[in-house]
Design a protein around this ligand. Structure first.
Ligand SMILES: Nc1ncnc2c1ncn2[C@@H]1O[C@H](COP(=O)(O)OP(=O)(O)OP(=O)(O)O)[C@@H](O)[C@H]1O
Length: 269
């Protein structure tokens, strides 16, 4: 008789926030108004999955992503990358963590215009002083084929289409083999075909390369590329869909709109 199979071990989330509160603005003397952008959000971003964050405009999507990725700090609550709590890190460690464990893709591509495609892609390794690492070189070389940029390696970003530039940004985000890639509206500046290519690429990074992706989007078609969708409204987590379809996401968004989300709670300070 064969030995019983061990119970599957639940994999720790790649990133998570617990009781996350973010209040912008307000003054000690009460002369301004404070905006509660996150109002007690707890959410896991599972390792090896593609999660989309959706919600009406102003619901707190970008704030959640920025705080989860250590680009901004929470007013209260905690944010973790793996087991590392970001609030416990000083600026230097936070910078190192972002560089070594997180990849970023932004709507505006954010490539360095004076560097070639190849140089842009290897920038994270260069900054980390890891140039020449053979494993890294092989990984980066494979990435170039995955993103389909082999014949553009010596061009500069200004010589590429928007879709090609965003593919460079995706390759750069993956180059350091980060624990998690955060993408903020990565298809926001692209036509639908280029957007589809970038989304397929992010999906492939998860499904064939074992990476973890968290993406903010307002587009139900983009969200349908994810494994999971989490919905925010008024800075609160209000829903979750697994294996989403664009229609399913749209229906859920409409029901959020019907709830008459009143927008940010403005709290006189
Ligand atoms: N730096 C800031 N100072 C003050 N208020 C801010 C700041 N950044 C965001 N907010 C407010 O916090 C709330 C949430 O903003 P956030 O950008 O996270 O929402 P979002 O869901 O990403 O919106 P959108 O889809 O329109 O980009 C909004 O009311 C916004 O006006």
């Amino acid at each position: 008789m064969s030995a019983p199979r061990p119970a599957p071990v639940a994999q720790a989330p790649a990133a998570r926030v617990v009781d996350a509160v973010k209040v912008y603005g307000g003054t000690a003397r009460g002369a301004g108004t404070a905006v509660t952008a996150l109002d007690g959000v707890s959410v896991d971003f599972p390792a090896g999955r593609f999660t989309a964050i959706m919600g009406p405009s102003g619901s707190g999507k970008s704030t959640l992503m920025h705080c989860a990725a250590g680009l901004d700090t929470l007013t209260s609550g905690s944010a973790f990358i793996g087991d590392t709590e970001l609030g416990g890190l000083d600026d230097r460690r936070l910078t190192l963590l972002r560089r070594e464990r997180i990849g970023f893709v932004f709507q505006a591509f954010n490539l360095v215009p004076t560097l070639t495609v190849a140089e842009n892609i290897s920038l994270p390794q260069d900054l980390a002083g890891r140039r020449g690492d053979r494993g890294d070189e092989q990984w980066t070389d494979a990435l170039v084929d995955v993103v389909g940029l082999r014949d553009r390696l010596h061009h500069r970003p200004g010589e590429l289409s928007g879709g090609q530039q965003q593919r460079v940004a995706v390759a750069r985000a993956l180059a350091g083999r980060p624990d998690v890639v955060f993408a903020d509206e990565p298809t926001g500046n692209l036509d639908s075909r280029s957007g589809e290519e970038v989304l397929n690429l992010l999906g492939r990074a998860v499904r064939t390369m074992g990476r973890t992706v968290v993406m903010v989007t307002h587009d139900p078609v983009a969200a349908a590329h994810a494994d999971d969708v989490v919905f925010l409204a008024d800075g609160r987590l209000v829903g979750h869909l697994s294996d989403p379809t664009a229609d399913g996401v749209l229906d859920r968004l409409k029901s959020l709109d019907r709830r008459g989300a009143p927008g940010r709670a403005e709290v006189p300070s």
